[in-house]
Design a protein around this ligand. Structure first.
Ligand code: ZN
Ligand code: ZN
Length: 61
């Protein structure tokens, strides 16, 4: 039986996250998008906190 790498439970089926390669059960991610919940959170945070002006900040001497 496969083990979910996120909740560490034995589950019927695991899916491999396309971002980080973690094998997750359907409770720990989105099988349709092949993203574990960590990567889903990361993507949502990255989008929510996106500030274009910070992108311009380049450290030059
Ligand atoms: Zn899980
Ligand atoms: Zn992931």
């Amino acid at each position: 039986m496969p083990v979910c790498e996120i909740c560490r439970k034995k589950v019927k089926e695991v899916f491999k996250c396309k971002e980080c390669g973690t094998r997750f059960c359907k409770k720990c991610g989105d099988p349709a998008r092949l993203l574990c919940k960590d990567c889903i959170e990361y993507e949502e945070n990255a989008m929510g906190q996106y500030r274009p002006e910070q992108e311009i900040e380049i450290d030059t001497d």
